[in-house]
Write a protein that binds this ligand. Structure first.
Ligand code: FES
Length: 155
């Protein structure tokens, strides 16, 4: 039994109301929603893949492409937002040339805007490579990304 089949077996076949929990479980396992997974889910729930894509794209949290090898999480919680996370996110967008939820063509980078990470007094906060960076300013972003690009496993 594949992992996707195992996930589907936790739910009742044809139960449309379980679409979102199934998508969440699959994304948690795969890191994104692959085309194969969507087809399997469609078969299981007796729903067209078009309908599933239509519903899933309504929610920001679903991804349809894998994350980059480096994935940045930019806090967009209220306090970080007040302290300028919007400018930080705009700088990341400009440097990487992608929108939140997208992955660079070379597969190296992706980023997302997240809810509060619990470090409000030190925001804006970015979590990347297992580390929190605090008091981030838009001007810090080009150097931060240049350093990440220079990591040996990203060359
Ligand atoms: S709002 Fe960003 S850490 Fe709380």
């Amino acid at each position: 039994m594949s992992k996707i089949e195992e996930i589907l077996s936790r739910y009742r076949e044809g139960s449309h109301e379980n679409l979102i929990p199934i998508l969440q479980d699959v994304q948690e396992f795969e890191g994104y929603l692959s085309e194969n997974a969507i087809v399997s889910i469609g078969r299981f729930l007796h729903m067209s893949t078009t309908k599933i894509y239509g519903l899933a794209t309504f929610y920001d949290r679903f991804r349809f492409i894998p994350e980059g090898r480096i994935h940045l999480r930019i806090c967009n919680g209220t306090t970080c937002f007040i302290n300028g996370s919007g400018g930080v996110a705009a700088a990341v967008k400009e440097v990487l040339g992608i929108e939140p939820g997208q992955t660079t063509r070379d597969g190296r980078f992706s980023y997302e805007l997240t809810a509060c990470m619990g470090g409000c007094n030190e925001g804006p906060v970015i979590y990347v490579n297992g580390k929190y960076s605090t008091h981030i300013r838009p001007d810090d972003i080009p150097e931060m990304i240049a350093k990440l690009k220079a990591l040996p496993d990203l060359k």
